[in-house]
Design a binder for this molecule. Structure first.
Ligand SMILES: Cc1cc2nc3c(=O)[nH]c(=O)nc-3n(C[C@H](O)[C@H](O)[C@H](O)COP(=O)(O)OP(=O)(O)OC[C@H]3O[C@@H](n4cnc5c(N)ncnc54)[C@H](O)[C@@H]3O)c2cc1C
Ligand code: FES
Length: 508
């Protein structure tokens, strides 16, 4: 993913523009001292913030203006126009913010403002312990500090590399297009500066909600005032008979997994990917970028059909076939040995590298042994508290009452996990705001990105606008008259509008 704003475009905003050049409710790209700046006109107010998203450099002027905020077209981060602060993940860092002066019919961008210091607050528990430093855990810790919590915060995670940008592990990083420096969510000094203790290495082995303490697998006992469970998910394994190899089976969840797959990939080698899930297909694309021959084996008739429907499923297959991926659909692996993968129709595929992406299971063991209420996930209420007082859960493990569908749902999306981490942190600080974000995910197949808003496990109608074959379309998943979810290809702004429309429906 490249920068959306390499060379600043638009007028010099220090020199200014005429008031009439930017109508109310609009924004534009400009520049100040060589920096890309977004100028927005909202009612009687004017705002100027950095035009480049702090997540992956998306072009904010191409996003959506909602009140005094702007949303990024690429992965739907939201920034305050008043302060440049990220209000919604996946962006975690501020963008710069400038003063704006209006005089004699001219609007001019003035001096850059200092970032606002975090608010201080005396409320909150004595300490917060976060189990799992992934999307949800990291975002919860950051939000606690941003919102002024001054007590001790500890993140425990067995992964020596946590917290990092997990979605990149199957995309640019695995393809060899993103250096490893891009993968950590922050430089190591960030956590020290924020007073967030990262205990990497040990795993939380048991949780005692009544005694408000946990035991780590190195024997240490830790006490807490409030606890967030954010243990994520683990790949489903193939089973011993297919794992014997050779080749050995690779799974992909951690940075170490991605490093191992990248290390085993080589130009001209032959790779077999089991599973045509998002991860399986992204791995296939990355291995093609490394010039491997790639075969994808999956039991379904079309990739991603259960999530995206037949039309987009066929499009995704077409995109991969154009890049040379060979599909074996309706098939399963029945044996792996002697450097070959044998399929259930007797076909035998040579394999130097074997990667399985056949789904994940939420990591529930800790919650289960602590006696928390479970239902295919950890059950949480509308502010993400579990059945145990003072114990919250977020991310891939949490099943929450979703006000949009009226159902309890659990999803496995990066942005949802981050937003839940943020919401759980606020609930821990006593702000009982219902978690009502519209679920959002993105997936990238070569240069074709799919954005998806909402949640549709079942639908009775798919409505398509645009041209699927041309990779320029909006797909609506409906039950009765209700639009449950919207997928877009090549239409980033429509995806933002769909997210906003789904949110607004709730407000009505
Ligand atoms: C390769 C890959 C690509 C992906 N791409 C996308 C994408 O493009 N878009 C998208 O929306 N989603 C994507 N996802 C899904 C997304 O990464 C997850 O939904 C998200 O990471 C979930 O966040 P989480 O905080 O719940 O769990 P995680 O991020 O998995 O973090 C959980 C953490 O808990 C730790 N942990 C587990 N057990 C314990 C314990 N007992 N004690 C202490 N720590 C523990 C783990 O080590 C881990 O670090 C991708 C996932 C993978 C693996
Ligand atoms: S680039 Fe803006 S949200 Fe990702």
């Amino acid at each position: 993913m490249g920068s959306g704003q390499d060379t600043p475009a638009g007028p010099d905003l220090r020199a200014g523009i005429k008031v009439g050049d930017l109508p109310d409710g609009r924004m534009m790209a400009g520049q100040v001292d060589g920096e890309a700046v977004l100028l927005a006109h909202v009612g009687n107010e004017w705002f100027a913030i950095g035009a480049t998203c702090s997540h992956y450099s998306g072009p904010l002027p191409e996003g959506l203006l909602v009140g005094d905020t702007v949303r990024c077209p690429w992965h739907h981060a939201c920034f305050s126009l008043r302060s440049g602060q990220p209000l919604r993940p996946p962006a975690l860092n501020d963008v710069p913010c400038w003063n704006v002066e209006v005089q004699d019919g001219t609007v001019r961008v003035g001096v850059k403002r200092k970032p606002a210091p975090p608010q201080r607050r005396s409320k909150g528990p004595e300490s917060v312990l976060i189990v799992g430093g992934g999307a949800a855990g990291n975002c919860a810790a950051e939000t606690l500090r941003r919102d002024g919590f001054e007590g001790p915060i500890t993140i425990v995670d067995p992964d020596p590399d946590a917290p990092y940008d997990r979605p990149n592990l199957s995309k640019d990083y695995l393809a060899g297009n993103a250096p490893e420096e891009w993968i950590p969510l922050h430089p190591p000094e960030f956590y020290q500066e924020k007073g967030i203790e990262l205990r990497r290495g040990p795993r939380v082995a048991s949780l005692d909600p009544a005694g408000r303490r946990v035991r780590l697998d190195d024997g240490t006992e830790l006490r807490y005032g409030a606890l967030l469970l954010a243990t994520g998910a683990s790949p489903i394994r193939l089973g011993a008979e297919l794992e014997a190899g050779p080749p050995a089976v690779h799974y992909l969840r951690t940075l170490a997994d991605s490093r191992r797959i990248a290390g085993a990939a080589h130009e001209g080698g032959r790779a077999v990917v089991l599973g045509a899930s998002f991860i399986g297909l992204e791995v296939a694309a990355s291995l093609r970028a490394r010039k491997m021959e790639v075969h994808v084996v999956a039991p379904e008739a079309r990739p991603l059909e259960r999530i995206l429907g037949p039309e987009l499923g066929d499009m995704v297959r077409q995109v991969h076939q154009e890049q040379g991926v060979m599909f074996h659909l309706g098939r399963k692996a029945s044996a792996v040995s002697g450097g070959r993968v044998v399929l259930d129709d007797g076909q035998s595929l040579p394999a130097d590298l074997l990667v399985a992406g056949i789904g994940v299971r939420p990591n529930l063991r800790l919650a289960e042994s602590a006696g928390l209420a479970l239902d295919r996930g950890v059950l949480v209420n509308e502010w993400l508290e579990t059945s145990a007082h003072g114990v919250f859960a977020a991310g891939d493990i949490a099943r929450w009452p979703d006000p949009h569908t009226g159902e309890r749902i659990r999803v496995e999306h990066w942005v949802v996990a981050e937003r839940q981490g943020q919401a759980a942190a606020r609930a821990i600080l006593g702000e009982r705001e219902r978690f009502d974000a519209v679920p959002f995910f993105w997936s990238l197949h070569y240069s074709v990105g799919i954005n998806y808003d909402g949640h549709a496990e079942r639908w009775d109608r798919i409505e398509i606008e645009g041209d699927v074959a041309a990779r320029d379309c909006t797909v609506r998943y409906q039950r009765g008259d209700k639009v449950l979810a919207v997928a877009t290809v090549g239409r980033d702004r429509e995806s933002l509008e769909a997210e906003h429309a789904l949110e607004s429906e709730l407000a009505r």
